[in-house]
Design a protein around this ligand. Sequence first.
Ligand code: CMC
Length: 428
Amino acid sequence: MTKKAELHYNGKIYELPLITGTENENAIDISRLRADTGLITLDKGFKNTGSTQSAITFLNGEEGILRYRGYSIEDLAEKASFLEVAFLLIYGELPTKSELDLFVEEITQHSLVHEDVKSILDGFPSKAHPMGVLSSLVSSLTAFYPKSLDPNRSKEEVNGTIIRAIAKLPTLAAWSYKNRMRQPIMYPKNELSYTANFMHMMFGLPTTEKKISTVVSKAIDKLLILHADHEQNCSASTVRIVGSSHASLYASVSAGIAALWGPLHGGANQAVIEMLEKIKADGGNVDKYVDKAKDKNDTFRLMGFGHRVYKNFDPRATIIKKAADDVLNELGINDPVLDIAKKLEKVALNDDYFKSRGLYPNVDFYSGIIYRALGIPTDMFTVMFALGRLPGWIAQWKEMRENKEPIGRPRQVYTGSNERKYISINRR
Ligand code: CMC
């Protein structure tokens, strides 16, 4: 029997078809709602609205499940490399050895950016936030690769655009850091792995005398994998909606970077450390800040706590918490800010306000701790998130294009003035 929902409106009954996903999630298909009834739906923040059907990532917030293309995040974080996961997300299947070798080879070959990008970079003041710089530099790729402006070109050409995006983002990200530090930029080294090459362009690591340890590089790879996709979040939805106007991949990703920047999304990792530092400077009184977070007259929120979809725990946080412990042990770091993080976690996890609202530490509560331990400056944290999220954005953009989705254009309920007559300025 075909499943349907019924809408009783204006003395009539309208049947709305139900759509069931492969994990038995049900959705009411309202695509004919306005045409048949004149009604639209209103759902601020899209809390109950599916914007698409997607085969990329499955997420069950109640049970704390996250899978990319059917593979559990726990398995992938433990066993796969970041580029292997990127391939999986973008092309839908795990690569064979030769497919992965070719993918890595192509990415390595395209990691250099045009020399003229340096003059764009030079135009930014050193105080420029690296996320703004990164978003601009990614957008500037449209100028160096004008063919990318047309997303309707051949599959091979679109794939070339995808490869260049993955290859060049670490270079652009590291250069945005170098601008921040007013240090000379470092060029990519083809003999290094994706992660090691990024660390080299950031810090001159690894050199023969200063190799990044396996624990550290594994932790970075893990972080990138954990961030690689998260279905229809704010930045992925942005990438899809920008791309739905047939804007280029680079323009869409640039918009995704801007969406990620905000402290309620990817910018939370920076906000977490800033919050912990503030609590420390204020005498380390964790209870005071927990009370502030609970006070409805106070705008303060515990950054790194809560999630739109995870209401029991964030599976990414469980994995990254362990990686954070490994990195801190490996580097022998004893940071008072981390003690505050642990206290805060304990107090909040035992507080009814947080428990009753399903507010738990999310991935960003712990990722910042690792970045800080690695010496990555706080305002580069969200850039690290962007590096990880890129394959997800690409996969979402590609799927939206391949499914020939229509331009994204929500409706609204107008609440402004009714029609009124214009009165000329000297009669007002
Ligand atoms: N501290 C204090 N109260 C909170 C918090 C928090 N961090 N998060 C949510 N609440 C309260 C909120 O005030 C509301 O209370 P009430 O029911 O009494 O009005 C209730 O919990 C539900 O919150 P909401 O804002 O309606 O939930 P949302 O789904 O719209 O927001 C969120 C989700 C992640 C934006 C929010 O939890 C938040 O602002 N967290 C802090 C920022 C953060 O860590 N963001 C990173 C998310 S993980 C990275 C990513 O995937 O983007």
